[in-house]
Design a protein around this ligand. Sequence first.
Ligand SMILES: [Zn+2]
Ligand SMILES: [Zn+2]
Length: 50
Amino acid sequence: MLKNCSTCGKQTKKYSEFGCPSCDALIVRCDHCRLVSNPYKCPKCGIDGP
Ligand SMILES: [Zn+2]
Ligand SMILES: [Zn+2]
């Protein structure tokens, strides 16, 4: 199943998904963004992190 990466917006098959630490949104990060350590940004509350 394809998901949109929360960081780069691309559709990705390989991703990691985790809950935002400050709200109940789900953050999706693709393999590439994880590899280059792009910080994520929560689409709901706007928090960002490593
Ligand atoms: Zn990405
Ligand atoms: Zn959030």
